[in-house]
Design a binder for this molecule. Structure first.
Ligand SMILES: Nc1ncnc2c1ncn2[C@@H]1O[C@H](COP(=O)(O)OP(=O)(O)OP(=O)(O)O)[C@@H](O)[C@H]1O
Length: 272
């Protein structure tokens, strides 16, 4: 069987600016790949390439053995969170239904089977209780669960998530990562998860793709989150510490892991 996502020598550049190049990766069924890197590194562009919305400058990328863009049904996508306004004329279950309809618009009568799938998807993310609520009246965390139900209702082989934890409190972060983790374990869905923060997903991550300054590192968290590996990537001395089980990266002006503000006060002073 083809890997859910596979890249060979893949590159994207805009003019002289290389976002990433020589990228070789096979994301396996059930694998959780975290994509990290500073702002503007090219993380969302990697997801767009998998969605067929961003052509590669070089190399090849396939989703479930097919060119991106021709594998829409194989992909679930949770876009970067934009809060939906109170006046959005959709119920939570209507939004999930769009995950079945794709981009076909219009009012439709749902088959009993579709309605059951929507209920099941809402139930799986713990959103059954607000299935009929207007989406714009739900909290950010509740909306995010509904978006994940929408992404999963088509039973995709590959789930692409763009910063799904942004602006969620710790409880909702845990709930959202729990839903995604269960999905990949029970259904073998491969997960590509863009995040600024490794710590909330550290226990789930199989491999990390860390992109910075046009280069990347790919490996297990233990391989990528070392002073040696990140100093080499950034071409400047970077310290990687583990504090109470959390990874702390120190020494990059802009880094995607826990920052100084996450350190206990004594360490904040020590590392300034
Ligand atoms: N079509 C385009 N033409 C030119 N530049 C582009 C285009 N699309 C994206 N870029 C640039 O490529 C860079 C990478 O964008 P991308 O959204 O992938 O970054 P990111 O790593 O997801 O950043 P963030 O963490 O801020 O969301 C940005 O500087 C962006 O402005």
């Amino acid at each position: 069987m083809s890997a859910p996502l596979s890249a060979r020598g893949a590159a994207v550049r805009f003019g002289d600016r290389v976002l990433w190049s020589d990228l070789d990766v096979d994301v396996q069924p059930g694998e959780f790949l975290a994509v990290l890197g500073p702002n503007g590194a090219g993380k969302s562009t990697f997801l767009k390439a998998a969605l067929g919305q961003q052509p590669l400058s070089a190399g090849e990328l396939q989703v479930a053995g097919r060119p991106p863009g021709r594998a829409d049904r194989s992909i679930g996508y949770v876009p970067q969170q934009k809060s939906m306004g109170a006046a959005t004329p959709l119920r939570a279950r209507d939004l999930v239904g769009l995950g079945i309809d794709g981009d076909r618009y219009g009012v439709r009568r749902r088959s009993r089977a579709d309605r059951a799938r929507i209920d099941e998807a809402l139930g799986a993310v713990g959103a059954a209780g607000y299935a009929d609520a207007p989406i714009g009246l739900l909290s950010g965390g509740e909306q995010q669960r509904v978006r994940i139900a929408q992404a999963l209702v088509g039973d995709p082989q590959l789930l692409l998530c763009d910063e799904p934890l942004l602006s969620l409190d710790l409880g909702h972060q845990r709930a959202v990562t729990g839903v995604i983790d269960r999905r990949r374990r029970e259904h073998g869905t491969a997960v590509v998860f863009v995040t600024h923060e490794i710590n909330p997903v550290l226990g789930l991550v199989d491999r990390v793709l860390y992109i910075a300054a046009g280069r990347h590192r790919l490996g297990t968290p233990a391989e990528v989150f070392t002073s040696e590996s990140l100093s080499d990537l950034y071409r400047t001395p970077v310290d990687v510490l583990t504090v109470q089980g959390r990874v702390v990266v120190v020494g990059t002006p802009e880094h995607p892991s826990a920052g100084h503000h996450d350190l206990p006060p004594a360490l904040q002073v020590a590392h300034r």
